[in-house]
Design a protein around this ligand. Sequence first.
Ligand SMILES: Nc1ncnc2c1ncn2[C@@H]1O[C@H](COP(=O)(O)OP(=O)(O)OP(=O)(O)O)[C@@H](O)[C@H]1O
Ligand SMILES: [Mg+2]
Length: 308
Amino acid sequence: MAPPGGWAIEAVDVKKRFGDKQALDGFTLRVRPGSVCGVLGPNGAGKTTAVRILTTLLRPDAGQVRVGGCDVRTDPGPARYRIGLVGQNTSVDEVLTGRQNLVMFGKLYHLRAAAARRRAADLLEQFDLTDAADRAASSYSGGMRRRLDLAASLILSPQVLFLDEPTTGLDPRARIEVWEMIREIIAAGTTALLTTQYLEEADQLADQIALIDAGRVVAEGTPDELKGKVGPDRVETVVRKPTLDEVFLSLTGHHTTTHAADAEKGLAGTESGEGGGVGSGGDRSTKKSAQTQRTKRSKSAKKGKGAK
Ligand SMILES: Nc1ncnc2c1ncn2[C@@H]1O[C@H](COP(=O)(O)OP(=O)(O)OP(=O)(O)O)[C@@H](O)[C@H]1O
Ligand SMILES: [Mg+2]
């Protein structure tokens, strides 16, 4: 049933074809205001296509899409003021400094120069980039660039934030830092849709997960509901729940990521070290280390979803 104020994100039977490739094939997804939806799927499943359609960057061939109450096809202008996007590829201009990047984004959103500078300074502080603010972004590490991307997506304090694989390519420590910042954003009540190939990431951040395969949602639910769908005969011992990867395998017949795909992205080492354990001991230790690494930002996030 629709929540009283309506869905924050509503995509119904969305289709998109590129040549002979049906990228989205009846994609349907509804997200409640204030919740975090993890869209989990393998390479080519249609995650980025869905995000591009939901953020007005691409027109669907068919289907209805509403974000923040706006029809993105008929009302893309108002929809854009409700949407923040952290795309799969960084949008940072390497030649500009971090501060100049944020001021430029502020001006693109029609903020006056002084307001854009103030907003940039606040966001640089929030994302721990003040010390590096006046250095060219080309000198930033991958994690810093991603934080700058996150900051840029929040210039207008969007109602709905889309994050397309926000931590792909980051090392485990940078990934945890970005998770902390995402937790802060969602603890403030922003609705978020997060695509990821990392099972652990969806489990850590999302309260609703949609498994997507071949352009459609094949299963939906809370992380625990999805793990429960595999059934007790899949559980090896009473103390171990099935991993989300096992849920995906059971429902689709293949794993969410392949080693080949990881190797292609240069991630084989990183992911194989982390990805084996949603619900396992490894997962818990990462959660613990994420918590112990929290310093000054921890209090507000802990009250929200970060404390799950
Ligand atoms: N502009 C395009 N032109 C042609 N084919 C495209 C285009 N964009 C996407 N596709 C194809 O549509 C399918 C879905 O692509 P999409 O980028 O949405 O997948 P994804 O789930 O984001 O994958 P990844 O995890 O690798 O980012 C793929 O087969 C892709 O090759
Ligand atoms: Mg993608």
